[in-house]
Design a protein around this ligand. Structure first.
Ligand SMILES: O=C(O)C1=C[C@@H](OP(=O)(O)O)[C@@H](O)[C@H](O)C1
Ligand SMILES: C=C(OP(=O)(O)O)C(=O)O
Length: 413
């Protein structure tokens, strides 16, 4: 099945699944970190199971070919991690990406890099890509303050370069810290590559030291797994086996197990993955997505379909991701009479669907998670997904995996 940008994908209604095994893609977050760490390691690492995600393939291509312009397309981690990498390796580089990437803020990271001696200029709007990096000839400070409420990726980017800075680095986290689980993932991965660090209160300290060559296999992607939890939660019957997931994961999105426990899914970890089975819906009253923002769309759609008036908090960062995900959710939920209403500043309530149209056409806003999160609607009606290739950013085999489940699909131009 080919999927071009102009394509529409029609998914026929289906709501029963016998036990099907889904092979799942690898985590792009883990992959993009180990690729940067690998580039900073002297000696050979043995890295396996890297993600097929476009964000990871872009990282591999840019690090491999080392062109003068790093065009990261729409990959946030690739933009933020390579900005720090190009600085610490003292390279002259232009950093750019899609028009949306050039609307996603990077000023906090640029300020942090400048404060330790990097020379970076804005080529367009102050605070946003594109950037011109002229490297970091000598380290001028070993302390930096970074606010934590915009994107954790700035902190992860600084952490990964910290061991190779001649004087190491102490990062002081300022204010509320969102996506903390991703900072923990960065530190745990660094630790697996031999790095020692301390994290006390708001201070993370990494001394100058060398990354040690290591063997590392990337785990399956928990964010991608969330769509299958949602599908089964919305289905009438069935069971799914998700391959390659571990109970003790580096990925914060493994929280989907707890969330879906409220929404009718029992998860049992077995050799090689996790078995999902249906159980009674206990109900989801509220959830804070501060540390798992990428799950918000999956859970909003699930609640809207399952009649759950859940209250969501911690959605602040959704407005600066691949699209304004709050706006996009509101527009698309409305197409089946559901909504996401701001009931107090930064507090949102899901208003579930009370009548389902015979067909719903989902606009995807150049956001992979919009395409994938609305797929489970096919348990209730016929669904048309605009620009189905949008999933390639993190999960290129997503529609193939729908086919494994016997979901009938038709591509239209
Ligand atoms: O570090 C990472 O791999 C990521 C961190 C999160 O971003 P923010 O820290 O900007 O919330 C997450 O939304 C993104 O998909 C991946
Ligand atoms: C926000 C995401 O990615 P990034 O910020 O890396 O573009 C995502 O994958 O949902």
């Amino acid at each position: 099945m080919s999927t071009d940008t102009k394509d529409l994908l029609q998914l026929s209604q289906k709501s029963d699944y016998q036990t099907v095994t889904i092979p799942l893609p690898s985590s792009k977050s883990e992959s993009n970190r180990v690729l940067v760490i690998d580039a900073l390691t002297e000696g050979n690492n043995k890295i396996s199971n890297l993600a097929e995600a476009r964000d990871t393939q872009t990282m591999i291509r840019l690090l491999g070919k080392n062109p003068p312009v790093y065009d990261v397309l729409d990959a946030g981690t690739t933009m933020r991690f390579l900005t720090a990498y190009a600085s610490v390796t003292n390279q002259n580089k232009v950093m750019t990406g899609t028009p949306r990437m050039c609307e996603r803020p990077i000023g906090i990271l640029v300020d942090a890099l400048r404060s330790i001696g990097a020379e970076i200029h804005y080529l367009g709007v102050e605070g946003y890509p594109p950037l011109a990096i002229h490297g970091l000839a000598s380290q001028t400070s070993n302390k930096v303050k970074i606010r934590g409420d915009v994107s954790s990726q700035y902190i992860s980017a600084m952490l990964m370069i910290a061991p190779v800075l001649p004087e190491g680095l102490e990062i002081e986290l300022e204010g509320k810290v969102g996506s903390r689980t991703y900072i923990e993932m960065t530190l745990q991965l660094m630790e697996q590559f031999g790095i020692k660090y301390t994290w006390k209160d708001n201070f993370i300290h990494v001394a100058h030291q060398a990354y040690q060559p290591t063997s590392f296999a990337v785990e399956s992607d928990w964010s991608g797994a969330s769509y299958w939890f949602s599908l089964l939660a919305c289905a009438d019957s069935g069971a799914l086996f998700l391959e390659g997931l571990k109970e003790n994961s580096l990925q914060g999105d493994s929280k989907i197990v707890d969330i879906m426990d409220h929404l009718g899914i029992k998860s049992t970890f077995r050799e090689g993955g996790v078995l999902l089975q249906k159980q009674a819906v206990k109900g989801l009253k509220n959830w804070d997505f501060t540390h798992c923002p990428d799950l918000a769309q999956t859970v909003a759609v699930t609640c809207a379909i399952l009649g759950q008036n859940a209250v969501f908090t911690g959605l602040e960062s959704l407005k600066i991701k691949e699209t304004d995900r709050i706006f996009a959710l509101q527009q698309e939920l409305a197409k089946f009479n559901a909504d996401l209403v701001e009931i107090e500043p930064e507090v949102y309530q899901v208003i579930p669907s009370f009548t389902m149209p015979a067909e719903v056409r989902i606009h995807t806003y150049e956001d992979h998670r919009m395409g994938m999160a609305f797929m489970p609607l096919l348990t209730k009606t016929r669904v048309i997904i605009e620009d189905p290739a949008v999933v390639n950013k993190s999960y290129p085999s997503f529609w193939k995996h729908c086919e494994l489940l016997g979901i009938e699909m038709e591509t239209k131009s």
